[in-house]
Structures are given as structure tokens and as C-alpha cells.
Write a protein that binds this ligand. Structure first.
Ligand SMILES: O=C[C@H](O)COP(=O)(O)O
Length: 264
């Protein structure tokens, strides 16, 4: 069974003072990890402090990015080995903002996936979809090719350490409308089908696939009820601790419902 995973992605918001206050407010109020896993991806500056403050709780701190080399003359970059030493277990890679604003190619994202796995960190690989949703043929091509290139060379033994996220950029950010639950599920299903082609049906069925793009308290229940959506990657709505806590509580309720009959 795929346990729900709720990830808040703070992007480049908050100061360390705000970050500490947020984490101290929510860390003791989360459900147990065997019901729903909860992570916050935060700016690199806050990682050490927040990892220390959340030790022993069900709030895991993730990185928003890392570089594809362990060390070297790469000014401003973050080593995956250094992240691992801090106790970081997950890193977001290939977010559409990294692809669009920092020109990260599929090949670079793939290098980062390998570097993270090598360093002992689990990648959360984002699959973007820049095309308009009406262009179905292009949509399939975009999503499938990003999975194929992002995971090139990743072995079946490594796959269980990988999480994917379907994050259509047409649904991300202020002023955008989320994908409908069925559109979001189609994207996640497409990713799972591609994994099945690469690694077989049963391996693909065990991988968690998240949806991200304008997730909020209102659309969360319908998204989590979809067959191939195992959690969400939340941007803006994760910035308010009260809202984030409520969204985690919704995921927990749905999980309890699933115990009574869902096959996810
Ligand atoms: O990583 C999160 C996604 O970019 C979604 O952001 P958003 O919820 O603000 O649309």
C-alpha cells in the first residue's frame, strides 16, 4: 500500500525566524508517520536548524535542490553529500521553476538524480508539463520523455527510493487554476504507465506519485481520492502553518477511509 505523502515546498519564502516559528508550531501536531508522511522542502539556509528542531517528530525536512557533483569549484551550489551529513533524506529535483528559470535540462536533472541516490538521498523527481492541456499528443510526449530521461540509468533496485511528482506548470502559482482531479490523475497515471514500461507493473505500483499545482484545502480531498495520486506537493498553501496542518489532517482522514477498502 502506498502511504500518503504531503510535501510543502516553501520555495524562496520565509526568513529563519519565520521558519523556526512555523516548524515549532506544527511539529507536535502531526499524525503518526504510519498514517501520513509529512515533509517541508525549505531553502538551504534553514536546513540544519530545522532538521535539529524536528528530530524525533513526523515532520521531515527536505531540500529544494542539490548539485550533481559531491564537491568542487561550483560557486553557490549545494553538495548532496553535505545534505546527507545534515540528515536530509529527500531532495526535490527538476522542479519546473528550476527547469524554466535556471535552464536545467533533462540531462542535468538526470545527473542530479544519480548524484542524490549515490549520496544516499531520495529524489523527488518533478515532471513538468508546459504544453496546453488541450494538446494531448504533446502532453503525453512531454511527460513520458521527462520520466525516461530523468530516470535514465536508475536501476530497479534504486527505484523504490524515488518519488515522482506530476507538476504541470500551467497549474502552478498565483492566478493559475489547478488541474482537475481527473486531469491530475491522468498525468500521474501516465507517469506510472511509463514506470511500468521501464521496471514492470508491480515495481511501478509501489512508487509514490504526487500531484502539484495550486493544491489547496478545497481541492485536496478530490485529488487524494484519485487512484494514482499518492500525495501532493503544495506551494503557496503550505506557507500558512494553520492551512498546512488542516491539509495534513484531511490526508489523514482519507487514509483512515482507505483502510476500510481502497486498493491504493
Ligand atoms: O512545488 C510546488 C508547486 O510548484 C506548486 O506550487 P503552488 O501550489 O503554489 O501552485
Amino acid at each position: 500500500m502506498r502511504k500518503p505523502l504531503i510535501v510543502g515546498n516553501w520555495k524562496m519564502y520565509k526568513t529563519i525566524t519565520e521558519a523556526v516559528a512555523y516548524v515549532d508550531r506544527i511539529k507536535a501536531q502531526l499524525p503518526p508517520a504510519d498514517q501520513v508522511e509529512v515533509e517541508l522542502a525549505v531553502p538551504t539556509l534553514f536546513l540544519q536548524s530545522l532538521v535539529e528542531r524536528t528530530r524525533g517528530t513526523n515532520l521531515k525536512i527536505a531540500a529544494e535542490n542539490c548539485f550533481y557533483q559531491d564537491e568542487g569549484a561550483f560557486t553557490g551550489e549545494t553538495s548532496p553529500v553535505a545534505l546527507r551529513e545534515l540528515g536530509i533524506k529527500h531532495v526535490i529535483l527538476g522542479h519546473s521553476e528550476r527547469r524554466r528559470l535556471f535552464y536545467e535540462s533533462d540531462a542535468v536533472v538526470n545527473q542530479k538524480v544519480h548524484a542524490a541516490l549515490q549520496a544516499g538521498i531520495c529524489p523527488l523527481l518533478c515532471v513538468d508539463e508546459t504544453m496546453k492541456r488541450q494538446v494531448q499528443g504533446d502532453r503525453v510526449q512531454w511527460v513520458v520523455s521527462q520520466v525516461l530521461t530523468g530516470l535514465a540509468g536508475v536501476t530497479a533496485a534504486q527505484l523504490p527510493r524515488v518519488t515522482l511528482a506530476y507538476e504541470p506548470s500551467w497549474a502552478i502559482g498565483a492566478g493559475k487554476a489547478a488541474a482537475t482531479p481527473s486531469e491530475a490523475n491522468e498525468g500521474c497515471y501516465l507517469i506510472r504507465q511509463t514506470l511500468a514500461r521501464l521496471y514492470g507493473e508491480s515495481a511501478a505500483a509501489r512508487v509514490r506519485i504526487l500531484y502539484g499545482g495550486s493544491v489547496n484545502q478545497t481541492n485536496l480531498p478530490a485529488l487524494l481520492a484519485q487512484s494514482d495520486i499518492d500525495g501532493v506537493l503544495i506551494g503557496r498553501a503550505s506557507l500558512d502553518p494553520a492551512v498546512f496542518l488542516q491539509m495534513v489532517a484531511v490526508a489523514q482522514q482519507i487514509m483512515n477511509g482507505n483502510d476500510e477498502g481502497s486498493s491504493k
